[in-house]
Design a protein around this ligand. Structure first.
Ligand code: 3H9
Length: 689
């Protein structure tokens, strides 16, 4: 492996250049390299000053997160920062790119900092359930004062170079000549200014403590924010080295929390999920215009997503009245965004100029990606894909928004087998930004990479699924609904189960999610794929669909949604149906604890997630996690159900599923992969690759 740190000497200045792509993370090898180069520069009498810089796209964007949890390797970053600060020759950091976490801490330990004017600087450790652990909590308040320091650490949001200069975090800005500017400065600098010795922000102790008290009072339950405030308080009250010791202990405590493990898992799960195999050999085709077929809720939502991303949209709807309705809906959306101050009037109007609403199917001819968002009606989708096969331009990607569509059938009727994918999105709630890309056999890798690029353009997290009824997301939610239905049969209610899942941290309970996604597709799939007879099958969802209670869009599902109101109440007619179902099966109801209800659902996700990975439908267990987090609001700080399961052993998980299976044999079909992993003493993380 190429050495990740190089030392160059020129005109009495030593340049320590870090080169560890992609983000110059401060791995063990990098820390060792810097230590060696620093030692060599300090012991060389010809060297008068030292510059620390990085090659590639950024100064280090932090400690190497993948090393957390592994055995400790010397030198650790706090120690390295102390050595840099203690150097008896001036050390200047040349900053560019995203100077984050440990990277910024390294820079704060240098005696001076010059940044490229486009640099972003931040302390995002809190997003990993951590705190700056390499002296950052002690040096930042000394450099920028308690307020800016706490803002940076408690929000994790980066600041611009100009802001950093105003705040005193950097000493000067430069353009593309950053290296030359810094080398010239180093050649003439003799003063050593150690951050640990700065006092100017620590002189008014009463004001500092008042800010600490104020911030502490506003904190929630998470550990890291409290520890951050404790450390920043220690920066005032204790000598520097003692404050560093407080920080070291606090960092270790945060690192050991399940929340940090979950957030770190999520960080890598999101990046892994977006890595489709096709990216290695499929090019992205130009995406200049999107066609949407159908102006129902899904079509309208997709159109708005595209317009927001600056993509021109042609939306085809049946009849002039339909077109008018769609225009009203999209217009109302932008009007609301303007009134709420989310965009200017000009921006709202500009978005609408990119919208072409028409009844002419032929207008889809010029689109690079055509997205079918039609209502669920027998034969409608097939007819549409037949038409698209004849109309779409060559190499246009043809996508369905349905998770249950038979993709091979759509490949056949369109005669464009290489271009058909599913693009399935999730309930429209803040933070739910997954877009599942369903890929049947025979699709051109370029169609997949183009769909992937499209998802990214919309600001979505693309997650791959093989062709499968429900893909991964809707399948898992339907499985959760089936598992929860067993609880309904025995005495629980949908709102109690949803509340139990929300108290666990989910954005939505399974029944709320079903209402938002709509019950119709799952029902049609069940009708065309009858299940084995099961005396404990609860026909509630089927009976609700027969009554037309398809969920949120129909105004009624497990809940009733009053026009224009955001809150919902349980559907009393549905509860009536449930009571009838129980009576007809002679059930004596009992009560369940929140814990029992949660276990039933989470273990279902683990078991069914294992089945999907075992069958090659989901690429890896962490994709199942990313999908539950980004599709249905599983608490990101827990990582996802597979990561949650890995907090014990697969053997223990299997045992728990076996116990549930013994109690309810038709309710549980144990996934072969779960048995295999348990037998081989492996966990799900071993399959993430
Ligand atoms: C810390 O510093 C603790 C210290 O206070 C104390 C220590 C004692 N480590 O996001 P991207 C990888 S905690 C390892 O797709 P972008 C990432 O996995 C750290 N790997 O690119 C991906 O790998 P791959 C504080 C990292 O351009 C590749 O880089 N720092 C790290 O959209 C590209 O990433 C942070 O929390 C890392 N620190 O965004 C910063 N960072 O290609 C976290 C990235 O194999 N990172 N990778 O999939 C980020 O916010 C973004 O990655 C960044 C680039 C903005 C830098």
């Amino acid at each position: 492996m190429k050495h990740p740190v190089r030392l160059e000497r020129q005109n009495g200045v030593a340049l320590i250049a870090i080169e560890n792509p992609p983000v110059n993370a401060l791995s063990t090898a990098v820390r060792r390299g810097i230590l060696g180069a620093l030692g060599a520069a300090l012991s060389d009498d010809a060297i008068k000053a030292i510059v620390i810089a990085a090659n590639g796209k950024t100064f280090p964007a932090g400690a190497d997160i993948s090393e957390f949890g592994q055995p400790f390797a010397e030198p650790d970053l706090p120690e390295l920062c102390d050595l840099i600060e203690g150097a008896d020759k001036p050390v200047i950091a040349a900053l560019h790119g995203t100077v984050l976490g440990g990277g910024l801490e390294l820079a704060m330990a240098a005696h001076y900092r010059i940044a490229h004017e486009d640099t972003k600087l931040g302390l995002p450790e809190i997003k990993l359930g951590l705190l700056p652990g390499a002296g950052g909590t002690q040096r930042a308040p000394r450099l920028v004062g308690v307020d800016v320091a706490l803002d940076m650490m408690l929000t994790g949001a980066p600041i611009t170079a100009a802001h950093a200069q105003r705040a005193g975090l950097v000493d000067g800005l430069a353009g593309d000549d950053l290296r030359d500017v810094v080398k010239a400065l180093a050649a003439e600098t003799t003063d050593i200014r150690r951050t640990r010795d700065l006092r100017r922000h620590l002189t008014d102790g009463a004001a500092y403590m008042a800010r600490i008290t104020q911030r502490r009072a506003a904190l929630g339950k998470d550990v890291a924010p409290h520890k951050i405030v404790d450390c920043v308080e220690a920066a005032l009250l204790l000598p520097f080295d003692a404050g560093r010791q407080v920080e070291r202990t606090a960092f270790a405590e945060c690192l050991a929390t399940p929340r940090s493990a979950g957030l770190r898992h999520s960080f890598f799960a999101e990046r892994r999920a977006a890595k489709f195999a096709e990216l290695a050999h499929g090019h992205v085709r130009p995406i200049e215009g999107i066609g949407i077929l159908g102006g129902g809720a899904l079509g309208v939502r997709m159109a708005i997503n595209c317009l927001d991303a600056g993509l021109p949209v042609t939306l085809v709807e049946q009849g002039e009245a339909g077109v008018g309705l769609v225009l009203d809906r999209i217009g109302a959306h932008y009007q609301q965004a303007v009134s709420a101050g989310r965009m200017s009037e000009g921006q709202g109007a500009a978005a609408l100029t990119h919208l072409n609403l028409t009844t002419d199917f032929g207008s889809l001819r010029s689109a690079d990606i055509i997205i079918e968002a039609l209502p669920e009606q027998a034969g409608l989708r097939q007819a549409a894909f037949d038409g698209l096969g004849k109309t779409a331009k060559p190499r246009a990607v043809l996508a369905t928004t349905s998770a249950y569509a038979d993709l091979s059938e759509l490949q056949r009727v369109s005669t464009r087998a290489s271009e058909v994918v599913a693009l399935h999105s999730f309930p429209a709630l803040p933070g739910l930004d997954a877009m599942e890309i369903g890929v049947p056999a025979g699709v051109d890798p370029a169609a997949v990479t183009t769909a992937h690029a499209f998802a990214k353009m919309l600001g979505k997290l693309p997650i791959r699924s093989a062709a499968h009824p429900g893909l991964v997301g809707a399948y898992l939610m339907e499985a959760a609904r089936r598992a929860a239905d067993r609880l309904l049969l025995d005495g629980a209610t949908p709102d109690r189960i949803d509340a139990a899942m929300r108290s666990f941290g989910m954005a939505l309970g399974p029944y709320q999610a079903m209402d938002l996604m709509g019950l119709r597709q799952g029902w049609m799939h069940r009708k065309s794929h009858p299940h084995e007879p099961d005396p404990r099958y609860l026909a509630l969802a089927d009976r609700m669909c027969e009554a037309g209670w398809f969920g949120r869009e129909a105004g009624r599902g497990y809940y009733v949604y009053a026009e224009g109101e955001t809150h919902s109440v349980p559907n009393s007619d549905m509860l009536q149906l449930l009571a009838e179902e129980r009576r007809s099966k002679g059930i004596t109801t009992r009560s369940f604890t929140d814990r029992q209800m949660r276990d039933q659902i989470i273990l279902t996700w683990v078991n069914e997630g294992a089945r999907l990975v075992g069958n090659g439908i989901a690429t890896r267990p962490s994709d199942v996690d990313a999908l539950l987090v980004h599709g249905f609001g599983y608490p990101r700080g827990r990582g996802g159900p597979m990561q949650d399961a890995d907090q014990t052993t697969t053997f223990q998980i299997l045992r728990r599923v076996e116990i549930l299976h013994e109690a309810d044999p038709t309710g549980w079909d144990i996934a072969p992969l779960l048995r295999e992993l348990a037998a081989e003493r492996q966990n799900f993380g071993d399959l993430n690759g």
